[in-house]
Ligand binder design. Structure first.
Ligand code: FAD
Ligand code: SF4
Length: 470
């Protein structure tokens, strides 16, 4: 029954779900938050002011109907909340876990004005987790099947978002991925302490039941050609991500003991999930002094994975200050609690060592004038060089697009930084220069967020439906 108190936001403060014990968090690859209880989520949801023109909805990249489903939760209508939540988002329980809410929905909540934002992300996660546990499934009974089928390359958030909208409109999606499980970076990137992998295997079952076909362990360009897809399917969607690792461009990056972030994280997931092909692929930092370079989500995930692997120490060096870090603030707090040492305003200039890495030479920076993106540029302070001792260095400077050699054979144009050109505003949304091919997610916008990839996949599906005349 709905709690009847219009001033709930004053009487009940913002509350996040409890975290597991620090001891467990430092050792185990499991999610760190306990789920909300029914009472907690109802109380928290009822704090929503139901603003007439809600900022949170506008700031959420998929424009979730947030106040509406918060109201449904506070009334105990979980199945209706789940239906509504799936009208705008293909993976709400994933976004609830991994979105940087402080920069998106919760950052825009009116209650930030002194009372504390509604815990939107955790409520979103609660809805779908609880509905699935109660036996809810997306309602496909009204779907009218067409004879159209679309090949989707990549089972990451963009590919899944696209397949979800297509299948709900009666178009058969066949999703190809080179990896053995769906999710893209959700499975082979983001660690279990933010997102347990059972969430994705459950999703694979649900989507399969809805009519999405997954062809895993299948790389387009190797196991099957684009030519075959273009012949066999009515359209193709590409959601292949960005997989070129950014380099620092300083001496010593090739020394043994220096690793790119993603291979380190993937080797850890592969071991935990039993996908490891060769034990030599595993990158262990146990009993090592680790220095992580970078300040985004990937750097935070390297920090916290290193702690769980039993590193002697984990130091994260970032060239700007804490305020200007690009990742989610929540994850910085979590990393610090788990024992990561942060060094701000430190720019790496060399990795030092004879036969293998022994340390990272950094220079202290101060923030200068804003660059073209409005972010203040770090400027080195002369004479401030120091060496941070390290047995292992993990480089998390981000990703650049990784265009395939076969793009040009099929008239798929890329821009000067390698991103696929897929116009958002064209007649057919997210169509590439090949009219039969659509694209979205990181490979179009550059590496970004799960929720923006989902949004582009869903929008591209709209474009495909228009193109197919469905
Ligand atoms: P991806 O998730 O990269 O999926 C692309 C898929 O395409 C992959 O499965 C790949 O195997 C497949 N593929 C590529 N080429 C082929 C081919 N030729 N044939 C078959 N399959 C192919 N975002 C957040 O919002 N919150 C976070 O906390 C967060 N943490 C992150 C942590 C890490 C370590 C990283 C690396 C990223 C993180 N991100 C986070 C960003 C987020 O994961 C990405 O923006 C998002 O996954 C992009 O989705 P996508 O579908 O475009 O690409
Ligand atoms: Fe917030 Fe992300 Fe959910 Fe949108 S999808 S409501 S931004 S947590």
């Amino acid at each position: 029954e709905r709690l009847n108190n219009n001033f709930q936001f004053i009487d009940v403060g913002r509350k996040d779900p409890a975290k597991k014990s620090l001891r467990a968090r430092k050792e185990k690859f499991v999610e760190i938050y306990q789920p909300f209880s029914k009472k907690e989520v109802q109380e928290q949801s009822h704090r929503c002011l139901e603003c007439g023109n809600p900022y949170c909805e506008w700031k959420c990249p998929v424009h979730n109907f947030i106040p509406n489903w918060l109201k449904l939760i506070s009334e105990g209508n979980i199945f209706e909340a789940a239906e509504l939540s799936h009208q705008t988002n293909s993976l709400p329980e994933v976004c609830g876990r991994v979105c940087p809410q402080d920069r998106l929905c919760e950052g825009a909540c009116t209650l930030n004005d002194g009372f504390g934002a509604v815990t939107i992300g955790n409520a979103e996660k609660y809805i779908t987790d609880t509905a699935f546990a109660m036996g809810w499934k997306p309602d496909m009974s009204k779907v009218v099947w067409t004879d159209k089928k679309v090949a989707v390359i990549g089972a990451g958030p963009a590919g899944i978002g696209c397949a979800d909208v297509l299948v709900r409109n009666g178009v058969k999606p066949v999703v190809f991925d080179r990896y053995p499980e769906i999710g893209g970076l959700l499975t082979f990137g983001i660690p279990e302490f933010k997102l347990e992998k059972s969430v994705l295997s459950r999703r694979r079952e649900i989507f399969t039941e809805m009519g999405v076909e997954f062809r895993l362990n299948t790389e387009v360009g190797k196991d099957i050609t684009m030519e075959e897809l273009l012949q066999e399917y009515d359209a193709v969607f590409m959601g292949m991500g960005t997989y070129n690792y950014m380099k620092g461009g300083f001496p010593g990056e090739d020394l043994p003991g220096v690793h790119d972030a993603l291979p380190f994280l993937v080797s850890n997931v592969n071991r935990n999930l039993g996908f490891e092909k060769d034990p030599a692929d595993f990158i262990s930092v146990k009993e090592q002094k680790v220095v992580v370079l970078g300040g985004g989500d990937t750097a935070m995930d390297c920090n916290r994975t290193s702690i769980r692997q039993g590193a002697t120490s984990v130091t994260c060096a970032y060239r700007r200050d804490e305020e200007n870090m690009p990742g989610s603030k929540r994850e910085v707090v979590n990393a610090r609690e788990e024992g990561v040492q942060f060094l701000f305003n430190r720019q790496p200039i060399a990795i030092v060592g004879d036969d293998r890495v022994e340390g990272v030479k950094v220079v202290t920076t101060k923030l200068g004038e804003p660059d073209e993106n409005g972010r203040r540029r770090p400027e080195p302070i002369p004479g401030s060089e120091e060496v941070l001792p390290a047995d292992v260095v993990l480089i998390a400077f981000g990703f650049r697009p990784s265009p395939e050699p076969w793009f040009s054979d099929h008239d798929i144009q890329v821009n000067d930084w390698g991103g696929v050109v897929a116009a958002e505003k064209q007649t057919f949304k997210f169509q590439t220069s090949n009219p039969k091919v659509f694209a979205g997610g990181d490979m179009v916008r550059g590496s970004d967020l799960v929720v923006t990839a989902i949004w582009e996949g869903r929008e591209a599906a709209d474009g495909i439906l228009d193109y197919l005349g469905v």
